[in-house]
Ligand binder design. Structure first.
Ligand SMILES: NC(=O)c1ccc[n+]([C@@H]2O[C@H](COP(=O)([O-])OP(=O)(O)OC[C@H]3O[C@@H](n4cnc5c(N)ncnc54)[C@H](O)[C@@H]3O)[C@@H](O)[C@H]2O)c1
Length: 519
């Protein structure tokens, strides 16, 4: 690569099949436009087009994506050595714990790790060694929404991607295929390539692929075993296609080849944002209809069933709830909003922003319904919140609706008792402190209690609020719950999982999302 400073910024010539001249943007939040000029000269040095036979994989980031994804690759590809690395020593220690007390809860994950760990799957904080040895590196680090600076509140914070990329450049002693597994704004692959080429040792080559992950927490292992599709984006150069083939060969060990989609790198990056935006849009659509149901006496389950039977619509992701959460939907839509605004497409930005606005409305609407129903005040009342994770079968609490509900209840000066079967107590305190930055933790602890069981959470409460759809909440001894509660005893089902007729029979007053009283 040749670098020079021009009148309008810094310019670089990269070794591509076709030489390209691009302006390099130092701001990762900014959208980097198309190549400005093509120079039709052959790349130098001439590279072999044969796909690299991947024998060693390194995954940077041992989180909810890197851990399960690469554990499954190790399970399915015993001939490949997979090393998952992270800066976080405690997280790596947990992955290595003798009793398999893994840092994340995911059904089926322990079984995968039991088979592969120590065989061809390793967890380590020795990042340099793992990078140096690998033929292929997944970058699977976090990309949260920026909290300050340009694009704050919308753009993805690419700090972690950039430092992982710089780390690869600094320590690599041989050519690598670098795979963008994190969800990133469009054209991040280009920035990664710029950094790698500008900072690596001479003579090394880096092929960047986009391979976004579509797993859903709670079903990650099933999703990874039998994905709807694996998406691999590459430059459409001989080198790019060759790298794409190398990664395809890894997945082909267990994924049918007709499910491995190979596309251009920018299409791949956009497809991940688009998929999450469309999934979240369906939830916000059904949640918007749930508000109409509650006001009219229609039943959102019946409406969703009727609508979903149309094969053009389909039945999935039409379940009304207190709102979506998780680390991805909101962040990725806001990212799409930011991208649209950067491209001077304000109507497109407003369209996607509304999906998030509706989600906020749904959470607020639900907590207001609790207050309104409890005779317009919950001050000094005891509210039991069942569930703190953002969905069932995970311990992940990022953007969990439960956090917003509890924050609302605390601001009404209620006492809240929380129970969740998987979330660590320390995580609950951490999340509540973050949600209420102006309230000292000691004060929060005076208003919030964390219980060990659903039954003990409900004891002496005026209302039970179901915030997460854990199956065990359906199977609670609701008669025993009723006996421990103050009367009238209210249940607010934010996940439509309880049998409202059975609960009414016991004596509860029951409010279910998307269900109004018949007019
Ligand atoms: N969680 C999901 O369900 C999901 C699904 C699909 C895609 N994604 C995307 O995958 C990416 C990772 O998400 P996640 O949920 O696994 O995040 P996570 O926070 O659980 O894990 C990221 C890990 O990367 C580590 N890390 C950060 N910088 C590092 C560095 N320079 N070197 C080594 N380790 C580093 C962190 O310590 C952390 O353990 C994000 O871009 C996310 O949007 C997530």
């Amino acid at each position: 690569m040749i670098d020079f400073q021009g009148e309008h910024g810094r310019w670089s010539i990269f070794s591509l099949g076709k030489r390209e001249v691009r302006r390099v943007s130092s701001n990762w939040g900014a959208f980097n436009p198309k190549p400005l000029l093509h120079l039709d000269v052959p790349s130098f040095p001439p590279y072999s087009m044969a796909p690299v036979n991947v024998k060693k994989i390194c995954c940077i980031g041992a989180g909810y994506v890197g851990g399960p994804t690469c554990a499954v690759i190790a399970l399915k590809c015993p001939h490949i050595q997979v090393t998952i690395v992270d800066l976080n020593q405690a997280r790596i220690d947990a992955w290595n714990s003798p009793d398999y007390a893994l840092p994340i809860y995911e059904p089926g994950l322990v079984d995968v790790v039991r088979v592969a760990r120590g065989r061809n799957l390793f967890f380590s904080t020795s990042i340099d060694v793992a990078v140096q040895e690998a033929d292929l590196i997944f970058v699977s680090v976090n990309t949260p929404t920026k909290k300050s600076g340009v694009g704050a509140g919308f753009a993805a914070d690419l700090n972690y991607v950039e430092s992982a990329t710089r780390h690869i450049a600094a320590v690599a002693t041989s050519s690598k295929i670098v795979v963008e597994k994190s969800t990133v704004p469009m054209r991040t692959a280009e920035s990664m390539r710029t950094i790698l080429e500008a900072n690596s040792k001479p003579g090394l080559r880096f092929d960047i692929l986009s391979n976004p992950e579509f797993l859903a927490e709670g079903t990650a292992i099933d999703d990874l075993f039998a994905p709807d599709r694996v998406l691999i984006g590459s430059l459409q150069t001989p080198e790019g296609k060759s790298a794409c083939q190398s990664l395809t060969n890894v997945y082909a060990n267990w994924v049918p080849v007709d499910r491995i989609l190979t596309v251009g790198v920018w299409s791949s990056e956009l497809s991940k944002l688009a998929a999450n935006a469309m999934l979240a849009q369906r939830i916000s659509s059904i949640n918007a209809l749930s508000a109409i149901c509650e006001a009219t006496g229609a039943n959102i389950e019946e409406v969703a069933h009727a609508v979903g039977r149309d094969t053009r619509v389909g039945p999935k992701f039409l379940r009304a709830s207190v709102g979506f959460g998780g680390s991805c939907f909101q962040k990725d839509i806001l990212n799409l909003v930011y991208l649209s605004e950067s491209l001077h497409l304000p109507e497109v930005a407003a369209y996607w922003r509304q999906v998030v606005t509706l989600n906020e409305y749904q959470k607020r609407r639900f907590s207001k319904r609790v207050v309104d129903t409890l005779f317009n005040t919950i001050t000094n009342k005891n509210i039991a919140v069942l569930g703190f994770a953002f969905k069932a079968d995970t311990g992940d609490t990022r953007e969990s609706p439960a956090i917003t509900l509890i924050r609302d209840f605390l601001s009404e000066r209620a006492h809240v008792t929380v129970y969740d079967p998987q979330v660590e107590v320390s995580q609950i305190w951490f999340d509540l402190s973050e949600a209420l930055p102006d309230v000292p933790l000691e004060q929060i602890k005076k208003q919030v209690t964390i219980a060990n069981t659903a039954l003990s959470a409900a004891q002496n409460s005026e209302a039970v609020v179901v915030a997460t759809e854990w199956k065990e909440f359906r199977d609670i001894d609701w008669r025993a719950v009723y006996d421990t509660m103050k009367k009238p005893a209210f249940v607010f089902d934010g996940r439509m999982i309880l049998d409202r007729d059975a609960l009414r029979e016991i004596g509860f007053e029951v409010m279910t999302i998307g269900r109004g009283d018949q007019l």
